[in-house]
Design a protein around this ligand. Structure first.
Ligand code: HEM
Length: 199
């Protein structure tokens, strides 16, 4: 589960990198990158690996939650979970399922339109920038990016902990890197959406 999570962490960096080209005033930059991603054979193979990575990560997450719940179905008599764990860690399954919902909507909005539908004149750049001109889509996406940030903030450090790289020295480092990473991802994607809504 941790290794799959870290694989998805890398995907998000690449995806954000391509999407930041949408901030350029030259539409050709994003259109060329998007065309490359849609046609390069290696990327095509990686898309199947990515889909499998997402599916396995989600299935393992659900199994883990069910196992945790059945290990203690009644709950503790006296428990102060707010003191023992962060809100992010206790809501991983909920933020995860909401991100899954977002992902389905997102693939319908862009991936399936580019692959099987009709892209407007001006290419993928116009498809995306016109999309973010609609306020409720921008709002929905920014809410999803915030949830993604919360999920990643806990997930990042938790992955290193599960691998066994947790001790007094390294745990604070993973926590700090996790915070920097999740703020960059959530902030970066939100910037793209909000930029095209306001500008
Ligand atoms: C501003 C934010 C985002 C924009 C503008 C955006 C745009 C796009 C576009 C245009 C595609 C289709 C690419 C193609 O087929 O050529 C795509 C695909 C995809 N997006 Fe996003 N995306 C954003 C955020 C996200 C986030 C946060 C996630 C994950 C949680 C995500 C996951 C995916 C996946 C899994 C695919 C299909 C694989 C691929 O084509 O690379 N996207 N996105």
């Amino acid at each position: 589960m941790s290794l799959l999570g870290l694989f998805l962490v890398v995907f998000l960096v690449v995806h954000l990198g391509v999407n930041l080209l949408l901030l350029s005033s030259d539409p050709d930059l994003f259109n060329s990158a998007s065309h490359f991603m849609a046609t390069n054979p290696l990327v095509q193979v990686m898309q199947y690996v990515l889909a499998l990575g997402f599916i396995l990560h989600i299935i393992l997450g659900i199994i883990l939650t069910l196992q945790n719940n059945s290990a203690r179905p009644k709950g503790y008599v006296k428990s102060n979970s707010a003191l023992n764990s962060s809100l992010e860690s206790r809501t991983m399954i909920y933020t995860g399922l909401l991100i899954l919902l977002f992902l389905i909507i997102h693939l319908l909005n862009f991936f399936f339109v580019i692959k099987f539908g009709e892209v407007p004149t001006g290419g993928d750049y116009v498809l995306v920038t016109e999309f973010f001109g609609i306020w409720y889509y921008t709002l929905l996406y920014v809410i999803a990016f915030i949830l993604l940030g919360l999920h990643l903030n806990h997930g990042f450090q938790s992955a290193f902990q599960s691998i066994g790289l947790n001790n007094k020295t390294w745990t604070p480092v993973w926590k700090l890197l996790g915070t920097i990473y999740s703020v960059t991802i959530a902030g970066g994607f939100s910037l793209v959406a909000l930029y095209h809504f306001f500008v």
